[in-house]
Structure formats: C-alpha cells, structure tokens
Design a binder for this molecule. Structure first.
Ligand code: GDD
Ligand code: MG
Length: 371
C-alpha cells in the first residue's frame, strides 16, 4: 500500500523557525521533522511514500533525498499551485498515472504520532468503508476537525474548526486516512479542494468511518509551544521513535567531536561538534543541534538550541527555542516559549518571555528588552 503525505502548507505559525526552512525539514531533536513520519510508516510496512508538495521541494529533497535513510522510497510531486488538502491528493494520483492504487493512505505531514495504522487499516477493511479517519482525543477541538461517531464506527458528523458551542465530543481527525480509490472521484479536478470541507461532508452516512486511537501519541507541531512539547516528548520516550534508542542509561546522546567541560543532565541530545564550557549546564530536556557553543555558567533546560547557535556566559535558555546561527548574549534569559530567530543576535542582559518571537537576522542591543 502507498501513502501520500501532504507537505504543501507554509508553516506560518511556526515562524521564524520556518522562515529559512520549510516545516517538514525543521530539525526536531536530531532529524528532520518529516523523518519521524517516514520511519513510522516504514514500521507499518509502508515503503512507497509520495510527498505532495505545494511548492518547489528543493530543501525537502536536500534533507530527505530518496528516503532510504528512513526506510522508504520517496516520490516527490509538485502542484502547479497549492491545490488544498483534497486537490493535492488527486493531483498526486494523476501525476503518477493512478499510482496511488485501489486503496491508499493519506496523511497530514505536520503531525508527530505513533498511532497504530495497522489497526486502522484492519477496521477500514472490516467495515467495508470508503474512507476511514484516524481519531484522537484532544482537550480543545477548535483548531481541528471534530468527528461525531456513531456506534459501530460510522461518522455521523464532521465539523472542520468547530465553534465552541458546537463541541460535543473530544475526538478529532488526526489527519491520517485510509481511502478507497473512488473517493478521488469526489474531488473536483484542476482546482483547490479542501478534503475536510468539501469531501468528508459528502461521505457522512455514505462510507465515512472513524477509528479512535485513544492511547496513541499525537501532536500537531504547528506552533513553537507544540514544537517544544514534541521535542520533550521524544526525549522522554512518550512517543515511539528511533531517537529514544540512541540515548544511553543517563538519557544522553551526542554526536561526533563534542567537547564537554560542563555538565550534561539527561535527557539531552547534542549534535556534532558542540562545545559546552566549564560551569555550563545542559539539560534536562535539552536539544542542541550541530556546532552549538555554550559559554561558562550558561544553562539550557527544557529547550532547543539549533545548529551553530551561541549561548553566552551566564545566559539561561529555559523552555524556549534558539534558531540556527542565533547568538544569545551574556546574562540573557530566554524563556516562556520565546523564539530567537535564525541568525538573530541578542545583546547582553535581554529577557525574552511570553512567546516573544525575534525574527531572522534581527539584532537587539544590550538590555533592550525586559519583562
Ligand atoms: N500539497 C499540499 N497542498 N499540502 C497542503 C496544502 C496544499 O495546498 N494545504 C495544506 N497542506 C498540508 C499541510 O502542509 C499539512 O501537512 C496538512 O496539509 C494539513 O493542513 P493544515 O493547514 O496544517 O491544516 P490544519 O492543521 O489546520 O487542519 C488539518 O489537520 C488537523 C489535524 O492536525 C485538518 O485535516 C483537520 O481536520 C485535522 O484535525
Ligand atoms: Mg496542521
């Protein structure tokens, strides 16, 4: 069975992490975000994966190549212009001359999950469904597609981005579908089509089913807060992934050529060529990319500091993100899901908090921001 993965969105809510690289290849712990999805598919025996791209996938190709490192064969399909979630699936099938086959998987490409695809495929088959949605419970369904399920698993209502007063269940669509080929006929050709708004409503009562994955891990990584949470959950092993297998008995893993004079506290993952000076503390819950420099007395905890970033003497990065090439000056505090953008520079003694996002290349003088 083939899978088509939708990776054409712009990822605007993750800016500035996505101002220089597209969301699917933003590094999550030690590999491109999409690698988790490819490895999850490979674990389910899905080896042919079609990436439906709304834009030129140059960076995607550079990061993922032919997919063999992650156990799959990748096919890249590029829409003439973004066709929407349904339009992208139809376009990919046409571009491959019907290559998605009689039954296939379609997946939103911005989700970190380990849900049991095999169970969903089996339920789809047992029900004789035309489309089967994977469902997960969430606290607040407003940002998702709400799914009302009848006994026996038929969907009796689908509401994309429901209003608060419409919410009568916590089950939402996880963005993982098993589809029969005839569903493609419900997608108008040659234009943008939202599968959530234009296709699911047509299938309610006519072959749309849902399977609740009550205990699976599932996270849409679309915001800095959720990107941080996903990083922590991978380190903690809350989601099944290959990263956890790399950690030693202290919960630590680091790449080649690191010089570590300060303290590492697990769980923590460091890339290649990092320098942790004496008196610095990295972890718990720290992710460092390649060539990160942490100066004496600095602390990094529950935080992500990406390739080539520099954290100055006595600075503290806690529950926040420092993008590639950024410099955090001495005695700064970066916390509260703040993001220091790529190649941005924070002068000494700044405080970034409450989700503040410093955009790419911005330079803040010493002591410019406080809370
Ligand atoms: N190729 C292509 N072309 N991909 C697209 C396009 C397009 O025009 N538009 C969106 N995508 C991709 C996005 O990159 C993302 O991976 C996926 O389709 C879903 O789009 P989002 O924009 O992230 O939608 P959402 O998160 O608001 O809602 C969707 O996901 C929820 C679960 O996270 C819906 O499917 C909801 O029903 C669902 O609950
Ligand atoms: Mg999304």
């Amino acid at each position: 069975m083939r899978a088509v993965v939708l990776v054409g969105g712009e990822g605007t809510r993750l800016r500035p992490l996505t101002s220089t690289v597209p969301k699917p290849v933003v590094r999550l712990v030690d590999r491109p975000f999409l690698a988790y999805m490819l490895e999850w598919l490979a674990r389910h025996g899905i080896e042919d994966v079609v990436l439906a791209c709304g834009f030129l996938p140059t960076r995607l190709r550079e990061a993922l190549g032919d997919g063999h490192r992650h156990g799959v064969r990748l096919h890249y399909i590029v829409e003439p212009e973004p066709r929407g979630t349904g339009g992208a699936i139809r376009f990919a099938d046409e571009a491959l001359d019907g290559g998605l086959g009689e039954r296939f998987l379609a997946l939103n490409g911005d989700v970190l999950t380990d849900l049991d695809l095999r169970a969903q495929i089996d339920a789809h088959e047992a029900a004789g469904a035309r489309a089967t949605l994977g469902l997960v419970p969430v606290d607040d369904p407003t940002a998702y597609g709400l799914v009302r399920l009848a006994h026996g698993g038929a969907v009796r209502g689908f509401l994309e981005k429901p209003e608060p007063h419409e919410i009568d269940t916590n089950l939402i669509s996880a963005g993982a579908y098993v589809l029969e080929r005839d569903v493609l006929d419900l997608i108008a050709p040659g234009r943008g089509v939202s599968i959530e708004r234009e296709v699911w409503p047509l299938l309610v009562g006519d072959g749309l089913h849902g399977v609740a994955h009550e205990s699976a891990y599932w996270l849409d990584i679309g915001t800095p807060e959720r990107y941080l949470r996903g990083s922590q959950d991978i380190l903690a092993g809350a989601v099944r992934s290959a990263v956890r297998e790399r950690l030693d008995s202290h919960g630590l893993a680091h790449g080649a050529g690191c010089s570590i004079e300060g303290r590492l506290r697990g769980p923590a993952v460091l890339g290649d060529g990092c320098h942790i000076a004496a008196g610095a503390v990295v972890g718990p819950g720290a992710v460092l990319g390649d060539r990160v420099v942490v100066e004496p007395g600095a602390t990094i905890e529950q935080a992500v500091v990406l390739d080539g970033a520099h954290v100055g003497r006595g600075a503290r990065v806690s529950g926040a993100i420092v993008a590639p090439g950024a410099r955090v000056g001495p005695d700064c505090l970066v916390t509260g899901a703040a993001v220091v953008g790529p190649d941005a520079t924070l002068g000494a003694g700044n405080v970034l908090d409450r989700g503040m996002r410093l955009f790419a290349g911005v330079e803040l003088p010493d002591g410019a921001v406080a809370f």
